[in-house]
Design a binder for this molecule. Structure first.
Ligand code: CUA
Length: 310
């Protein structure tokens, strides 16, 4: 359903990189064919025969020396010019304030929208057609943000703010992936990037800004109490719940509205939520959420509560 083919660019930035790749490849193939072809031709056409004298020597022939220096120099100069042109369209200077801050964590992504104050995880929404200035940061080790159809790779480095421009030509769902080895669950650091019409994006932002509501049914209320009194609250924030403002794990204020769990490993269904809470270390070994050996009752209540967070 979703794919992440870097040979199918869907933004001006990705297209500039793709075009540069195609032109360079054509030039390299031409050079290879001409050089290899000339060698093969010469091997057969000018093969040495017994008793023949040595061929005429051309050492220090100025015309030959200049020609075979100048041609590669001009090719390299041409490629350099094309590269500069691609760089200026892919990497213009960052905006004074970023539209989006993406922070890598072992093993998930935090997305902050400074203008609105929205904070979410793994599922990143953007308005289609608008270039976003994105600041990349990391809380622990090197990660690398990459959405192949839309933009270049860029490393998230702790203590060093890197930058990319991110844009999608049209609404759609794009898959990204951490592309710098960052630990056991590196492969499960997916990015679900959802580009939507600006008005829909605005609605999404407004919905994300709403605090959570106190649950109305009994099981969910018990789940909330369990969340607050157990270790969950030490890592996860839920806007609207007193004391729940930790930023160690993903913000859960609207967790039930997301399409996936655990950075892309599971579809976000109530059954999968319960499975995830029951044994995160079985589903994603090495994730920083431990198995808490919750009882069936606790699992029911907690997942019931989390499903209210839409
Ligand atoms: Cu994060 Cu690889």
């Amino acid at each position: 359903m979703y794919n992440s083919n870097s040979l199918d660019p869907q933004s001006p930035q990705a297209r500039a990189i793709f075009n540069l790749g195609i032109i360079s490849t054509v030039i390299f193939v031409l050079i290879f064919v001409i050089v290899a072809g000339t060698i093969v031709y010469a091997m057969f056409r000018f093969r040495g025969r017994e008793g023949e004298p040595d061929p005429k020597q051309i050492a220090e022939n100025k015309i030959v020396e200049i020609t075979w220096t100048l041609i590669p120099f001009l090719i390299v100069l041409f490629l350099f010019g094309l590269t500069l042109r691609a760089m200026s369209s892919v990497d213009p200077p960052p905006a004074p304030t970023p539209d989006l801050v993406v922070t890598g964590h072992q093993f998930w992504w935090q997305a902050d929208y400074p203008a609105s104050g929205v904070v979410t995880a793994n599922e990143i929404h953007i308005p289609a057609g608008k270039p976003l200035s994105v600041l990349l940061d990391s809380k622990d080790v090197l990660h690398e943000f990459w959405v192949p159809k839309l933009t270049r790779k860029m490393t998230n480095v702790p203590g060093q703010k890197n930058h990319i421009w991110l844009q999608a030509d049209k609404p759609g769902v794009y898959i990204g992936q951490c592309s710098e080895f960052c630990g056991t669950e590196h492969a499960w650091m997916r990015i679900l990037l959802i580009a939507e019409e600006p008005s829909k994006f605005e609605q999404w932002q407004q919905a994300q800004l709403q605090p959570s509501h106190p649950p109305t049914n009994d099981a969910a209320s018990k789940g909330l109490t369990f969340f607050q009194t157990s270790t969950c609250i030490n890592c996860h924030a839920i806007h609207g719940v007193a004391g729940a403002d930790a930023r160690v794990g993903p913000d859960l204020t609207h967790v039930a509205s997301r399409k996936q769990l655990a950075a892309g490993i599971l579809e976000n269904t109530p059954e999968n939520m319960r499975r995830w809470l029951k044994s995160p270390q079985h589903i994603k070994p090495g994730a920083l959420m431990p198995d808490f050996s919750l009882t069936d009752r606790q699992l029911d209540q907690l997942s019931e509560y989390l499903e209210t967070l839409r």
